[in-house]
Design a protein around this ligand. Structure first.
Ligand SMILES: Cc1cc2nc3c(=O)[nH]c(=O)nc-3n(C[C@H](O)[C@H](O)[C@H](O)COP(=O)(O)O)c2cc1C
Length: 409
């Protein structure tokens, strides 16, 4: 591992770090598929890629599909600005990801694993290929895994092409098939018709990496951490204006203030939780908790100090979305450009009440009518910055109205 600092919940290591090599996989080899799915379901594991879909349920749906071959895809696109925890898992704990994917293969009755690796992570490919090779030699991948007849599973690495949209699971599938990265319609869901139209489980890197720990330490160990709706712990990529940026592990339900304290953030002005598509939290929200039912996040926490210009941040994020919108649907393609232009203007000229009403309507249209999560979430940062920091904008003529609940659509 490189310069990234790792901070576990207890001491200085992650829950992952003290597992017995491949014990989770060995245990799974002795279980039938239903028992594996029950254990993952009981643990309450929810996807770590952002949406938090229950992993056991996803695997159960895939198992119920009769068409074959089925695929297990690891989403290693890690494109959300401010997120770098999957990078650590891939470089330092890749065996756990392989175990998790192999166990998912047994659960869903699939023999084919694919890792969709972010283009910018191509530097780690030789290291990952070496581990895959070693695992084949040790009988942990390939035919008759660990000597169990019929337990067959192997993993290939496919490179991403450098587009944010390709982290969205259906655009990822398009990209894997050699097409332009654009979100698909649902239904059907990928578990029904995914890669090449066949049943496909797609999970985040970290989601797979938790599975061996759940089997080795027991689903109850995992379920006892966190909150009722968000069991377990998760990794956070912490960056920005703080003394100790790095990867942190916390149980769900941890207050944001605890993270800020551990990271050495001295009197921050705001924190962006969930990356560019997440929510900007002002100081009065620092006691809110990190959990799907409160501050939901794919694991990114960006800290902003008192000297930061919040609308410069909003403009930066909106510019990113304007660049990265795939262009397929109008609300996202046009909306992000219009919002970006408007933020640029309001930083110079302020914001009238009429303009604010229009922009909030535009944002609501994007959230409701965009085809995929990109456009649905791209106005979040701007809206939350507007809610908390409108007073930082220049005064707008005699029609100044920083913001009001009434103006919301
Ligand atoms: C625009 C966009 C980008 C996304 N990027 C990623 C990503 O880089 N990595 C990831 O795991 N999930 C990403 N997701 C979420 C995936 O679509 C999907 O929910 C996830 O891979 C499912 O795995 P999980 O259930 O383990 O979280 C993205 C979603 C959207 C809308």
């Amino acid at each position: 591992m490189d310069e990234t600092t790792v901070h576990g919940t207890v001491g200085n290591h992650l829950s992952y770090a003290d597992l017995t090599p491949d014990l989770g996989l060995k245990m799974a080899a002795g279980l039938d598929a239903e028992s594996i799915i029950s254990a993952v379901t009981f643990s309450g594991l929810r996807g770590r890629g952002g949406a938090g879909f229950p992993t056991g349920m996803k695997w159960k749906f895939a198992r119920a599909e009769s068409r074959k071959p089925k695929y297990i895809v690891c989403n290693a696109d890690e494109g959300e600005p401010g997120t770098f925890k999957d990078r650590l898992v891939l470089t330092d704990y890749f065996d756990l990801v392989c175990q998790g994917m192999t166990i998912a293969g047994k659960a869903a009755d699939s023999e084919d694993g694919i890792i969709y690796l972010r283009a910018e992570y191509s530097f780690m490919r030789p290291h990952l290929e070496q581990i895959l090779k070693r695992r084949r030699q040790e009988g942990l991948l390939g035919k008759n895994i660990l000597g169990n007849k019929g337990f067959d599973f192997d993993i290939v690495i496919r490179m991403g092409m450098g587009a944010y949209i390709c982290g969205e699971e259906t655009a990822l599938l398009e990209s894997l098939e050699g097409h332009r990265g654009e979100a698909r319609n649902r239904f059907p869901f990928p578990v029904q018709a995914g890669y090449k139209g066949l049943p496909t489980v797609i999970n985040n890197v970290e989601t797979f990496a938790w599975v061996p720990a759940i089997l080795e330490k027991g689903p109850a160990w995992f379920a006892d951490m966190g909150t009722k709706k968000s069991p377990g712990a998760r990794l956070f990529s912490v960056s920005g204006d703080c003394a100790r940026p790095g990867i942190y592990e916390y149980p769900f339900g941890t207050p944001l203030s605890r993270v800020l304290q551990d990271a050495g953030a001295d009197n921050p002005k705001a924190v962006q939780v969930g990356g560019a598509s997440g929510t900007c939290v002002a100081a009065d929200g620092f006691e809110r908790t990190l959990a799907f039912e409160d501050l939901s996040t794919g694991g990114s926490i960006i800290i902003f100090g008192q000297n930061r210009d919040m609308f410069a941040i909003a403009e930066n994020f909106q510019g990113f979305f304007a660049e990265e919108a795939c262009g397929q649907c109008v609300p996202c393609r046009i909306g992000n450009v219009r919002l970006h232009e408007a933020i640029e203007r309001m930083r110079k000229n302020g914001l009238s009440a009429d303009m604010e009403r229009e922009l909030r309507q535009l944002a609501a249209t994007m959230q409701t009518a965009s085809k995929c999560g990109l456009g649905q979430s791209s106005p979040n940062a701007f809206l939350s910055i507007l809610d908390s920091f409108a007073g930082e904008l220049p005064q707008h003529g005699n029609d100044v109205k920083p913001h009001s609940a009434e103006a919301r659509p």
